[in-house]
Every structure is written in C-alpha cells, then in structure tokens.
Write a protein that binds this ligand. Structure first.
Ligand code: XUL
Ligand code: CO
Length: 435
C-alpha cells in the first residue's frame, strides 16, 4: 500500500530533449546505447538515503524545515515508513541503486546491541523492496561521525573503547551490505583527523587507521564479500584536517600500508574542490594510480568555502569528469551516487524527485558528450602529437640511461629545445563543440 507521500507524481519517463516537464527525462534514456553500452549501465545511478530521507533540513542557524511524516526518526515504525517512502521514490525514478549509512535507516538507541538489532530488522525489511523495485545496493557504510561518542574520531580516537565500538559497527554494516548484495563498501573518514595538533599523536592515529583498514579487508575476505572496499577522501570538514585529504594522500597511504590492491577510491566532486583540485583531476589521478572506484556526484557553491552538496547542474564540468572515467574504462563495481541534498527551502515531495531527474539528465548529457569526444578522438590526437617526441628511440633510451650519458648527448648533438604551443584555448574550444 502506498504511503501517499508522492501522490500525483507518475513514474518518470524519457520524453526527449523538447520536453518541458520537470518530471520527465530529457537526456536520460536508460536504454539508449552509447559506445555500445546502455546508458543505465554506464552511469549506474544511486540515490543517497541520508540527504534525501534522513536529513531534516537543519542548518547551523535553523531547525528542521522538511517536517516529513517519518520525523522524528527515533523509533522503528517511522524507520519502516521512511523505507516505504524511499522505495516509492526509487520506483518513480527507476535508478538502479541506492546507498545508505546505518544511522540513516535505523533509530539511534544509544547502545551497540540496540543499534545492531535495528539495522538487522530494517535491512530485512529492505530485501523484498529491493527485489520488487529492482533497486540494488551500490554501497553501504557506517556513520562514525554524528553521535557524540565519535567526536574525537572513530578508528583514530585516542580512546580504545571508541576504536572497538567503531570496529564492531563497521563489522555490522559490512554484514548488512553483504546480506543485501552490495557492490561496494565505503569508508569516508568522518572524523578521522584532528582539530589541533596540540592534543594529537598524528603518527599513532595514522597507524591505527591503517590497522583498522587491514581488519576491514581481512573481514571482507573472511565473509566472501565480492564487492570493492572504497575510501572517500575529503580534506577538511568536519575536522580541521582530515587524514584522507585527497586522492594523492590516500594513494600514498594505501601503498605505504600494502593496501593498494585491496582498496579503491570513491571521489566526490565537492570534496575535490575543497581540496583545491578539480573533479577531473582527482578522477584522472585515481585512474593513473589504478585506484579509481566510484563517484559521489554533486557540486559546491562557487562562492562559499564549504561542502554544500548541491545537485550537479554544470554539464561541461561533469562531461570532463565522465571523459576521464570512460577513458579509464568506465565503472567496474562503482557508479554515480548523488551525494546531494535539496536546499532547505525546497520542501515539496516534488522537489526531491525533480532534483534527481534534473541531476540524472545533467549526467546523461555529460556522459554522451564525453563519449562523443572520446569517439571523435580529438583530445587523444592532441596528446599523441604533444608527446610524439617520446616515441623516438633515443628518447626512450634516455629513460634507461643516466645523467652523464644525457649530458654527453646534449653536448655532442647540440640539443637546444624549441618551445611549442600547448594550444590550451584551441582545446577548450574543441571541448565546447561537444557540450
Ligand atoms: C560527507 C560525505 C559522506 C560520505 C559517506 O561529506 O560525502 O556522505 O559520502 O559517508
Ligand atoms: Co560523499
């Protein structure tokens, strides 16, 4: 029986680029073929439970604005109603996946056993709904940052009892993810970082973080979880300094601790920007490191310096992100998770559906542009020309040689390099033809 929350909203259909209905897809036709693959299989969309159903609209100055029938979220009856509504929206959107934290889906009971029982009960409730709506789990994760017990971190907490509580919580969430056939398990270091070095043993905390991660990997193998373990970097917020700062930091950390073949990276657009990078930089670097896993799609406000988690609406930017994803071979177990929330004035149920429809259209349009650029090959051709000198045998031999041999060659041959144009504006105009 329907909850009635989305009354009057029909399942969203592809209606073509001319459609003016905000509740129709203009660019996302799941069945359309791009580079020989269905668009749905390229993009692998997921809805994030936390922003869409658990967040109540609070900001630092104001209380809840959404006031949904399942608020306050303090007992199992309302957790089930929230699940009913969530799966009703999944059925309307038809996206293939969702993602959740334990704390999004069950009430906080204040103790470990109570929380675990709630998670077990609600994930049993999800099972048939996933079946019925055809919605899979892209990833599960543990919320190790909201409750005050985690105020000084989880795996990096100075108190070993918090480390224990966090480890036990992650075990429970991995079990739940495995039970629901999740394709990945994510660790975002919610408060794994510090507020001040004055009270922080940075070296010890990083060692504990690595040990924790090894336990996660060991447990994955123990239970036969086939999904990918993903780390989601973020440079700051909530702590002043987050240990998983960006892709470069995370890749170095994984290699130092022998985890590079076991763990991949989930890259969020807004986090990349907070770290002073572009989304495509973080993706390209993860691909180069062999650690690209999945993306959290969103955008930050350009003027504010924090994580605003808005829905994406900039096709040229998103196209460059998908360009690097496609060039790297596309998603494996990963996908496009909308880690994005409504603005707190957008209180209508229709706003929630329309936000996802608009975002899915932005991504579809961007992916098609990225595929067209890749098929046209203009950027790849420009790269080949720019690096062509390196295919000469003497250039390759130089990489096997030493400084003295190179000096001899420079002197003998009178090597005097002539600068060549980087052609940036021409390439930017080239991209503009596709987006
Ligand atoms: C926080 C964030 C999280 C993770 C999952 O900035 O992105 O929602 O994606 O814990
Ligand atoms: Co995220």
């Amino acid at each position: 029986m329907s909850t009635g929350f989305f009354d009057g909203i029909a399942p969203v259909r592809y209606a073509g680029p001319e459609s003016t209905d905000p509740l129709s897809f203009r660019h996302y036709d799941p069945e359309a073929r791009v580079m020989g693959r269905r668009l749905e299989d390229h993009l692998r969309f997921a809805v994030a439970y936390w922003h869409s159903f658990a967040w109540e609209g609070n900001d630092p100055f104001g209380g809840p604005t959404f006031v949904r029938p399942w608020h306050p979220q303090d007992e199992m009856g309302r957790a089930r109603m929230k699940a009913d509504v969530a799966f009703e929206m999944f059925a309307l959107l038809g996206q293939p996946f969702f993602c959740f934290h334990d704390a999004d889906v069950r009430p906080e009971t204040g103790d470990y056993a109570g929380n675990l029982a709630g998670l077990d009960e609600i994930t049993d409730y999800f099972g048939p709904k996933m079946e019925e709506t055809g919605t899979g789990l892209l990833w599960g994760t543990a919320n190790l940052f909201t409750h005050r017990r985690f105020m000084s971190g989880a795996a990096t907490n100075p108190d070993p009892d918090v480390f224990a509580f966090a480890a036990a919580t992650v075990k429970g969430c991995m079990d739940a993810t495995h039970k629901l056939g999740g394709q990945n398990y994510v660790l975002w270091g919610g408060r794994e970082g510090y507020e001040t070095l004055l009270n922080t043993d940075l070296e010890q905390e990083l060692d504990h973080l690595a040990r924790f991660l090894h336990m996660v990997v060991d447990y994955k193998h123990k239970i036969g979880f086939q999904g990918t373990i993903l780390i989601e970097p973020k440079p700051q917020e909530p702590t002043k300094h987050q240990y998983d700062y960006d892709v470069a930091t995370t890749a170095g950390f994984l290699r130092k601790h022998g985890l590079e073949s076991e763990v991949k990276i989930n890259i969020e657009c807004g986090h990349a920007v907070l770290a002073g990078h572009s989304f495509e930089h973080e993706i390209a670097l993860a691909v180069a490191e062999g650690m690209f896993g999945s993306i959290d799609m969103n955008r930050n406000d350009y003027q504010s310096g924090w994580d605003t988690d808005q829905f994406p609406n900039n096709v040229p930017e998103v196209a460059l992100a998908y360009y690097h994803i496609l060039k790297g071979g596309g998603f494996g177990t990963g996908g496009t998770n909308f880690d994005a929330k409504l603005r707190r004035q957008s209180i209508d149920p229709q706003d929630l559906v329309a936000a996802h429809v608009g975002a899915m259209d932005v991504c579809a349009r961007a992916l098609k542009a990225a595929a067209a650029m890749l098929e046209d090959g203009g950027l790849e051709q420009a790269l080949r020309e720019r690096y062509a000198g390196w295919s000469r045998p003497e250039a390759q031999a130089m990489l096997q040689g030493d400084l003295a041999a190179i000096q001899k060659r420079v002197l003998d041959e009178g090597i005097a390099p002539e600068p060549r144009s980087g052609r940036q504006e021409i390439l930017e105009a080239y991209v503009n033809r596709f987006v």
